[in-house]
Design a protein around this ligand. Sequence first.
Ligand code: 6V0
Length: 301
Amino acid sequence: MSPHKVAIIGAGAVGSTIAYTLVLKNVTTEILLVDVDQAFLEGQVLDLSDTASVSSCKIKSASLKEAGQADIILVTAGAKQKEGESRTSLVGRNYCILQSVVEGMKPIRSDAIMLMVSNPVDTLTQIAQELSGLPMAQVFGSGTYLDTTRLRGLLSHILDVDSRSIHAYVLGEHGDSQFIPWSTASIAGRPLIDIQEFQKMDKELVRIKVAGKALKIIKLKGATHFGIGACASDLCESIILNKNQIRPLSVFVPRLGCYLSMPAKLGTTGIKEIYEIPLTEAEEELLQASALSIMSVLSRV
Ligand code: 6V0
């Protein structure tokens, strides 16, 4: 494998879980961890370095300048939601953090791929692209990949089919205005709307459970990190191995004028293509409403 450097900004619950899952995947040669809390960072690096028995990946603490020269830069730094708090309420605090992170990394390697994870992820991805000056194809957010994983997990339980064989997406904002385009969901080419168990299913309850799962976890244990760890490391693998996988990611959709989640093809150069799903009129309205909601958050920054 050719040398591959992944930088993770923010070594908290999310950043360290991404680092841990990446180490176990053995797809990268070096992980650079960056955090403002130097003692905490040193502890995380020492703890993660104990995974050496299962991986040859080296883990180091690094400066923002060094992180700016990595092949892939993940941003997880920032405040997280508290119980009952929405992701959009974090925008002011996390905008300031993002600004200092991007400025600190400059000059950023021109072919670096930047993956945003901090919330509100759609708004911050757009800001990261503008501040970094990197091409749009190289800056994207984890978007509704995690929500889609949650949806497929729930459907798998209800329909008794492996979640990876269910083609269904959560699109739009990684937040309250996200929506599920049910008309496009299928199993083995059969639209879900033609399947009897699906017809009996309470779709609104499924939507509420998917959209509300993060806050439920936060209420019970204070943070969510395993799901996003699995999703973000999968995205890194897709980039490093040029897998051309289709994932619902926060990408810039010109006709809507903002970053939000759409299925997109991901490989070594970043976002290679955006696949706009054909939507019904009602679903298109939900997409437009989600775009408006993201743009209103952006206008408040
Ligand atoms: P955490 O455990 O508090 O970690 C955040 C880390 O960021 C801390 O270690 C801070 O010291 C560090 N930090 C703060 N400012 C800076 C800075 N300027 N430079 C470097 N490091 C800094 O939070 P956690 O890891 O749980 O969450 C991080 C972010 O991920 C939050 O915004 C969450 O809302 C977001 N999540 C996004 C998800 C997604 O699906 N996109 C999923 C879960 C969490």
